[in-house]
Ligand binder design. Structure first.
Ligand code: IMP
Length: 185
């Protein structure tokens, strides 16, 4: 059965639901403190950030914000046919000019996706631009990027769950775990 075959790919749990929830609460407290009541345009990078985005948004409580999303496709530097190519598949609905844009990413690995998005958004003259990532995986950085808010430091492994996928599966897991077999091996 397909589900059983998929389950056999799941390895050690790296962050359980309670660890994720406490990282989200801490990030929300830092963001509320730093923006001090200033409205935020919260920009989620789909699809990976979906779970983190939804939890962070609610943890921000009564802080004034608007929601928007971008969809990107990326072909990391090591992947076949890829030269660190990032493409914007869906742009923002609102104009970022003059807004306090806060990018919300699931995980920063090589840094190519975040670097592309920060450059793209910066050129459209937001009032301020910051990045928030649930996880930083700093081992294979190709471009240096500044992440203003980091929830957790990920191990050097391919992770799934809580929005992160392997072949579009596992995004719904309420925890983050390693994949037993690396997808590129
Ligand atoms: P970067 O351009 O290498 O920093 O890639 C960031 C994007 O790659 C993330 O937003 C994820 O969608 C994806 N990614 C990076 N590491 C992982 C992982 O361990 N599991 C699943 N997706 C990942």
């Amino acid at each position: 059965m397909k589900a059983v075959a998929q389950d056999s790919l799941l390895g050690e749990v790296v962050f359980d639901a309670a660890q994720i929830a406490s990282a989200v609460e801490r990030l929300a407290a830092e963001i509320k403190r730093d923006y001090a009541g200033e409205p935020i345009m919260l920009v989620g990078v789909l699809k990976g950030a979906i779970a983190f985005y939804a939890d962070l948004m609610r943890a921000l409580g009564e802080h004034p914000l608007t929601l928007d999303f971008v969809v990107v496709s990326s072909y990391g530097s090591g992947r076949e046919g890829g030269k660190g190519d990032v493409r914007l598949l869906k742009d923002l609905d609102q104009k970022p000019a003059g807004k306090n844009v806060l990018l919300v990413e699931d995980i920063v690995d090589e840094g190519l996706t975040l670097d592309y998005l920060l450059n793209n958004l910066r050129s459209r003259e937001p009032r301020s631009l910051r990045a928030c990532a649930l996880m930083d995986k700093p081992f294979h950085r190709v471009v240096p990027v500044t992440i203003d808010y980091i929830g957790l430091t990920a191990p050097d492994a391919f992770l799934v769950g809580y929005g992160l996928d392997y072949q579009e599966g596992f995004r719904n897991l309420p925890y983050i775990c390693k994949l037993k077999r690396h997808p590129q091996s």
